[in-house]
Design a protein around this ligand. Sequence first.
Ligand code: AR6
Length: 171
Amino acid sequence: MRLEAIVGDITTQAVDAVVNAANSSLLGGGGVDGAIHRAAGPELLQECRALRAGDLPDGLPVGQAVATGAGELPARWVIHTVGPNANAGQTDPALLASCFIESLRVAEELSAASVAFPAVSGGVYGWAMSDVARIAVQAVSGFPARSVELVRFVLFSSDAKAVFDRRVDIA
Ligand code: AR6
């Protein structure tokens, strides 16, 4: 599995699966979540509503992941995960690691070869970017991938990319 970090907009990534830093409602929000829903169009929200009406009446728990189609995005699937919210006292690194591991597990179920991750919990949910990078790279590089060949971390600033690059380089 190859790991890379780039500066970019995750909604423009032509990968098999784009990971969304969602909230438990799965019904949209700000940040990456808002950008993905805007770019994907109403089909994505419809699929999320169907999940809530079906298997996930109480929403998606923190640290879990679930896939939908990707609407108008250049990706094939969106894998929604819910990061821990440090501002609400959710500071267990295992919960954040679980977001990356569970997202990759879902990607493997889809036989995805390429996956793009944002800095889950590194925005509104208040985790330090250095902690997100360390936990993300450790979780991804320890994952026993079969179908997934490329994991791309798509960061919104060159500062965040530099933090990820340091971890990717020693992984
Ligand atoms: N592409 C790549 N990265 C982005 C983009 C983008 N288009 N937009 C923002 N980022 P956040 P969280 C960066 O807040 O901390 C939502 O309202 C951003 O600069 O999106 O997990 C959800 O509905 C930051 O570094 O996710 C939840 O309620 C990183 O993505 C809550 O926010 C993650 O920031 C989730 O908070």
